[in-house]
Design a protein around this ligand. Structure first.
Ligand SMILES: Cc1cc2nc3c(=O)[nH]c(=O)nc-3n(C[C@H](O)[C@H](O)[C@H](O)COP(=O)(O)OP(=O)(O)OC[C@H]3O[C@@H](n4cnc5c(N)ncnc54)[C@H](O)[C@@H]3O)c2cc1C
Length: 330
């Protein structure tokens, strides 16, 4: 569990030390084009003046809104998404070594809820539901979770300090991340893991990879889509297969009934801590799935084996092939 604000401040400091200039409260408005090439953006600055900035390479890191991507023919707005609501609490009695993942229709229909302590008496309690798989509002469920009998004593004397709501893409990565002068990195490219809605780590990997390719492109004087596509290839080689598997699992478990969740918990209880950790961080391997099967032989009888076979088939495909063929997988 990390202090995410602290992490962002730390990364901002590192970026500035490396020569970056950060402009706060500047809102990007239009995309500037020269023919087929993206050459920069217009924006409104912190005193509401309209300005423009020209760039050899523009990177859209605007998250779920994919503000530049949707204005430059890089795919539609995300049609499937996690709708999340979260309190950051001061909870002096919460045991800092205990996390909860909560499933079931009473608390998180077509999604899950979480209780994550993050040090210094602080705890994040949140819930995410997937639209349009359901049309529930995530926000009212927060209070139901706060009142769960299992949490009553642990949340004694607790109160929210911050409240967050937001959306997370629950789709496959977009078809292409680059065109002449433009790259998409992070949520704007659908590059997070849909397994548990984890996007921070993956946005950082993608940002670093996209930044490296953009710097090489500028140095070589070639910022064409063909050059920038190195990012697309590198990303899909490293993450394409795992993100495809995450998406398949997400689609599968988002449809679970309460009874299916009870069965799934019986399965999860038999896994080792390291198997669970490996699965949650999307570090999939054939040995992980075989290990899950070995600890749950009844999966063969219940039909779960069929789904594991689909995942194993993905594991054995090279990443790029998975990305290219991903549209055909239901
Ligand atoms: C409630 C909730 C809880 C979550 N919890 C976790 C978690 O525990 N772990 C995890 O890994 N992920 C979590 N996620 C997902 C995670 O927040 C995202 O995947 C991650 O932040 C994506 O990073 P990003 O840099 O691509 O986009 P963002 O973090 O969304 O950053 C985009 C930035 O662009 C700015 N922006 C957008 N449009 C414009 C514009 N027109 N002009 C200028 N700026 C603009 C936004 O203000 C924002 O600052 C959670 C999401 C939600 C909604």
């Amino acid at each position: 569990m990390i202090d995410i604000r602290g992490l962002y401040q730390h990364l901002a400091g590192r970026a500035i030390a490396a020569g970056a200039e950060i402009r706060v409260r500047h809102t990007v408005d239009k995309v500037l084009r020269e023919g087929e090439r993206i050459v920069g953006v217009t924006y409104k600055n912190h005193v509401s003046e309209r300005r423009e900035v020209h760039a050899d390479v523009t990177i859209d890191a605007s998250g779920f809104s994919r503000h530049i991507g949707v204005r430059s023919d890089m795919g539609e707005a995300f049609h499937r998404y996690g709708f999340g609501a979260e309190y950051d609490l001061y909870a002096p009695h919460y045991p800092q070594d205990t996390v909860y993942l909560i499933m079931g229709s009473a608390f998180a229909p077509q999604g899950y809820a979480w209780v994550f302590p993050r040090g210094n008496g602080r705890v994040r309690i949140g819930v995410g539901v997937i639209h349009p798989d359901c049309d529930n509002d995530a926000r009212p469920y927060l209070n139901s979770i706060m009142q769960m009998p299992q949490l009553k004593e642990k949340l004694r004397g607790a109160s929210p300090v911050e409240y967050h709501t937001g959306l997370f893409p629950a789709v496959r990565p977009v078809d292409r991340f680059c065109r002449d002068g433009l790259m998409l990195a992070g949520d704007s490219g659908g590059q997070g893991s849909t397994l548990v809605g984890e996007g921070i780590r993956f946005a950082m990997y993608a940002g670093q990879m996209a930044g490296d390719v953009a710097a090489d492109a500028v140095k070589s004087g070639d910022t064409s889509g063909t050059f920038l596509n190195r990012f697309d290839r590198q990303w899909r080689t490293r993450f394409g297969r795992d993100m495809e598997i995450s998406y398949l699992i997400n689609k599968h478990i988002a449809a679970y009934t309460d009874e299916q969740w009870d069965g799934a918990f019986d399965l999860l209880k038999r896994l080792t801590a390291s198997q669970i950790a490996q699965a949650v961080r999307c570090d999939y391997s054939a040995s992980l799935f075989m290990g899950i099967l070995a600890r749950n032989p009844m999966l063969v009888a219940t039909g779960g084996k069929k789904f594991l076979d689909v995942l194993l088939e993905r594991i054995n495909k090279p990443s790029l092939a998975v990305a290219e063929g991903s549209k055909q997988v239901s």
